[in-house]
Ligand binder design. Structure first.
Ligand code: HSE
Length: 290
């Protein structure tokens, strides 16, 4: 019997909501599994690295969940269709983790509780701001306190699309976190709390005119932008093209612009701004996955 999980890309942070906000986008990785003796992995597009079981996060999650139930993992025949670019701040690893958990729970007829989900997922990646929207869809807020994850999902306006500019270089989350300071001045803490709160309330009240100021950030973008040539320029061009709010997508290097209109122009302007700064990129216009 074949089982399949289709899991969306996600953009974390959305400016001021560092390690908190996440949004699922209409771009998907697909994972198909059949019972099999030994592990066989087929990847589309072909990716020899991911076809090795030890490098394949999805297979590692299947194996872990199996062993957690004190069962031997005999193998699996896997087909993995990847549409989400890797190491670009679009949550591609979260898709493999979420798919592995969903399929393992289905196979073993185990109820997928929040506790089981997070306990498993955090073994592989500690970021609920990607994991949650990948699992639940839509827009989520999350926090982790003393081992427990608290989260909420709220409706995200359907008329807003995400224009995502994806540079042609990879940036690991580890590298992008290594440039962050240990301490943040109180005024920057206040700056971000005010903006994150404004972001949520502006979404609820559909005050799209407030998203620009609400997506400003002093926690991570000012430090990470030195790893992303042209970042400020790309933001400026996206706003010139009519974007409502623009931020670094997750740990980067992709940049996401929210907009109700002018998607094509915004994308072209972002790509042009990256090119002016010596970075090749391409853009996608994505709906929110609800
Ligand atoms: N909030 C995390 C970060 C997301 O920006 O580092 C990592 O995928």
């Amino acid at each position: 019997k074949k089982l399949k999980a289709v899991v969306p890309a996600t953009t974390a942070n959305l400016g001021a909501g560092f390690d908190t906000f996440g949004l699922a986008l209409s771009l998907y990785n697909e994972f198909e599994v059949e019972e099999h003796d030994g592990v066989v992995i087929e990847t589309v597009p072909e990716n020899p690295f991911l076809e090795k079981p030890e490098n394949n996060l999805f297979v590692q999650v299947l194996k872990y969940m199996c062993e957690k139930r004190r069962k031997t993992f005999y193998g699996a025949k896997v087909k993995q269709i990847s549409n989400i670019p890797v190491a670009r701040g679009l949550g591609s690893s979260a898709t493999a983790i979420v798919a592995g958990i969903l399929i393992s729970a289905a196979v073993s007829k185990t109820e997928l509780t929040d506790e089981l989900f997070f306990e498993t997922a955090y073994r592989f990646e500690p970021h609920p701001d990607n994991l949650l929207p990948a699992w639940k869809g839509g827009f989520t807020t999350a926090l982790l306190s003393e081992g427990k994850t608290y989260y909420q999902k709220i409706p995200f306006p359907e008329d807003i699309k995400a224009v995502v500019a994806v540079p042609d270089f990879e940036l690991s989350t580890e590298k992008a976190r290594s440039v962050l300071p240990e301490k943040i001045p109180l005024k920057d803490g206040i700056f971000n709390v005010q903006r994150a709160s404004l972001f949520l309330t502006a979404l609820i009240n559909r005050r799209y005119d407030l998203l620009k100021i609400a997506m400003e950030d002093r926690f991570h973008q000012p430090y990470r932008k030195k790893l992303i040539p042209g970042f400020d320029d790309v933001l400026k061009e996206a706003y010139n093209g009519g974007a409502l709010g623009v931020s670094l997508s997750g740990a980067g290097p992709s940049v996401v612009a929210l907009s109700v209109e002018n998607h094509q122009e915004i994308g072209e302007r972002m790509v042009y701004a990256f090119r002016r700064n010596g970075v090749q990129s391409s853009f996608m216009v994505l709906d929110v996955d609800t």
